[in-house]
Design a protein around this ligand. Structure first.
Ligand code: PLP
Length: 435
C-alpha cells in the first residue's frame, strides 16, 4: 500500500493523462498490454536506454518496447537511415524495391532461411505461418504450448495464460476458451513435456499441420528448454509429417546473431520474426525452407499487405542488420551477465526465495526457489512479491516490463553502470523485504 501511495504521489501527470485518454481510448491505451492498475506511466520521449515521462521523471528503460528496441532508442544509424527515406526516397511504393530485396537477402543469410516475406506485426506473421503450414500439409489442426502467447490471431488465442482453476489436471491440459470452428482444432501441450506431445501426435497427427512454440518461452518471464527437449520436438514432428513453427518474435536477435533456433541448434520449418528486427518500427516477417515457402510461390497460401516491406521500415531494418553484429550482441549479453551475476549475489546474501534466468540479452527474476519448466510451475511463483518488486523499481526510476510475464532487455545502449541502477534498487528491495 505504501508503494502504491508513493506511485500515485510521484506520477500525478500520468494519472491525469490516463483519465483523459480513457474517455477516448479503451483503458486509455493503444494495446491492452500497456495497461496496468491504477494507471500506466505515460512517456513523452526516449533516448538510448532512458525514458522521460509526462511528470518529467527519467526512467531507466528495461522494457525497451517489449524487447523491440534492441538497438536502443534513437539509435543514430537508424535515425540516419529513416531520415534519408523520409527526406530523399519516399515511404511507400507498393512495388518491389531494391531496399526490401537487400534486407530480405541479409535476413535470409543471417537466419539460414530459404525464403521469407515481410509483414507489419508478429500477429500477422503467426497468422501467415499457421496458414502456410495448413496449406503445405493439407491439415487444419495445430498444437500449441499451454499458457503460451503468440499475438492476437484467433487460432492462437487458445490457452493464453489461463487461470489454473480453468485448465484442469496437469495430465490433461485443455483450452481455456471454447474450441473455435473457424480457427480449426487447437491442441495444447505443456512445455518441456515430450511424452505428452508425442502422445498427442500419435493420437492426432493425421489432422495436425504444425506445432507452434517459442523455442524459449519469453511470455512466462523466461522458461528455458530442458536439454534435448527441442531436438525431441523436432524429431517427433518429423516422425508424423508435422511442421515445426518457432515463434521468434521475442527471442530473435535478442537471443543472438541468428536467433534462438540457431543458438539452440534446432531448425524449424517456419519461423516468425518481429520486434528486435525492426529497430522500433513496425516490421515482422515469416519465413522457412524453400520447400515450405513454395506455398506462397504457387498461391496455395496467398500473402498480402499494403505496408509490407515499405521503404521506411526497410531503412530501419538495414540499420538493425548492420548494428547487430556478433560483437555488439555479445557485448549486450555481457552487460546482461554482469547484472544477473550481481542480482544472484543479492539473492544469495539476503536469502530471497528467488532466482534469475537469463537468455542472450534478456533476463528476469523469478520469485520461486524451484526451477520453472512450464506454465503451471510459472503460475506457482510468487506474483505478490513480483508485483511489489516491479512497483518498487518504477518508484525508483527503473521501468521493467509492466506485465509480470515479461523480462528485461539489455539493449546495445545499456551499460554496466545502467544495470547497476537496477542492482542498487533491487538491493534496497532485498533489505526492505528482510528488514
Ligand atoms: N508472438 C510472441 C511470442 C509475442 O510475444 C508477441 C507479442 O508480444 C507476438 C507474437 C505478437 O506480436 P505483435 O505484438 O507484433 O503482433
Amino acid at each position: 500500500a505504501a508503494e502504491w501511495e508513493r506511485f500515485t504521489a510521484g506520477t500525478p501527470a500520468s494519472g491525469e493523462h490516463n483519465a483523459r485518454a480513457s474517455t477516448t481510448l479503451p483503458l486509455g491505451v493503444t494495446s491492452s498490454f500497456q495497461h496496468w492498475d491504477p494507471y500506466p506511466v505515460s512517456i513523452v520521449s526516449a533516448r538510448g536506454a532512458w525514458l522521460t515521462d509526462v511528470d518529467g521523471r527519467r526512467l531507466l528503460d528495461l522494457s525497451m518496447g517489449f524487447g523491440a528496441m534492441l538497438v536502443g532508442h534513437l539509435n543514430p544509424l537508424v535515425v540516419q537511415r529513416v531520415t534519408h527515406a523520409l527526406e530523399e526516397t519516399g515511404t511507400l511504393f507498393v512495388t518491389p524495391s531494391p531496399t526490401a530485396t537487400e534486407v530480405a537477402e541479409r535476413f535470409k543469410a543471417r537466419f539460414g532461411l530459404g525464403m521469407l516475406r515481410f509483414t507489419n506485426s508478429g500477429t500477422e506473421s503467426l497468422m501467415y505461418a499457421v496458414r502456410s503450414a495448413r496449406a503445405y500439409t493439407g491439415r487444419k489442426a495445430i498444437i500449441k504450448i499451454e499458457g503460451g502467447y503468440h499475438g492476437g490471431y484467433d487460432a492462437l488465442q487458445v490457452s493464453v495464460k489461463p487461470a489454473l482453476e480453468d485448465i484442469g489436471p496437469a495430465e490433461a491440459p485443455i483450452p481455456d476458451v471454447p474450441f473455435d470452428v473457424e480457427a480449426g482444432t487447437v491442441y495444447v501441450t505443456p512445455y518441456n513435456d515430450l511424452p505428452y506431445l508425442t502422445r498427442l501426435l500419435e493420437e492426432h497427427a493425421s489432422e495436425v499441420a504444425a506445432v507452434v512454440m517459442e523455442p524459449v518461452v519469453e511470455n512466462l518471464s523466461i522458461v528455458l528448454p530442458d536439454a534435448g527437449y527441442l531436438a525431441g520436438v523436432r524429431a517427433a514432428c518429423d516422425a508424423h509429417g508435422v511442421l515445426l513453427i518457432f515463434d521468434e518474435v521475442k527471442t530473435g536477435l535478442t537471443a543472438g546473431y541468428a536467433g534462438a533456433s540457431q543458438r539452440l541448434g534446432v531448425k524449424p520449418d517456419l519461423v516468425t520474426l518481429a520486434k528486435s528486427i525492426g529497430g522500433g518500427l513496425p516490421l515482422a516477417a515469416f519465413g522457412g525452407t524453400d520447400e515450405v515457402m513454395q506455398v506462397v510461390v504457387d498461391g496455395r497460401m496467398a500473402h498480402f499487405g499494403t505496408y509490407n516491406g515499405n521503404p521506411l521500415v526497410m531503412a530501419a531494418a538495414s540499420a538493425v542488420d548492420e548494428l547487430c553484429t556478433h560483437e555488439a550482441l555479445d557485448a549486450a549479453e555481457a552487460v546482461n551477465v554482469h547484472a544477473l551475476t550481481a542480482i544472484d549475489a543479492v539473492i544469495a546474501e539476503y536469502e530471497l526465495p528467488a532466482h534469475t534466468v537469463g537468455f542472450g540479452a534478456k533476463g528476469c527474476v523469478t520469485w520461486s526457489t524451484r526451477p520453472v519448466r512450464n506454465y503451471r510451475d510459472y503460475k506457482a511463483t510468487d506474483f505478490g512479491v513480483a508485483e511489489l518488486s516491479w512497483l518498487w523499481g518504477v518508484n525508483r526510476g527503473v521501468l521493467t516490463p509492466p506485465g509480470l510475464d515479461e523480462q528485461w532487455l539489455v539493449s546495445l545502449a545499456h551499460t554496466d553502470a545502467d544495470m547497476d541502477t537496477l542492482v542498487g534498487e533491487f538491493t534496497d528491495l532485498a533489505k526492505a523485504l528482510r528488514g
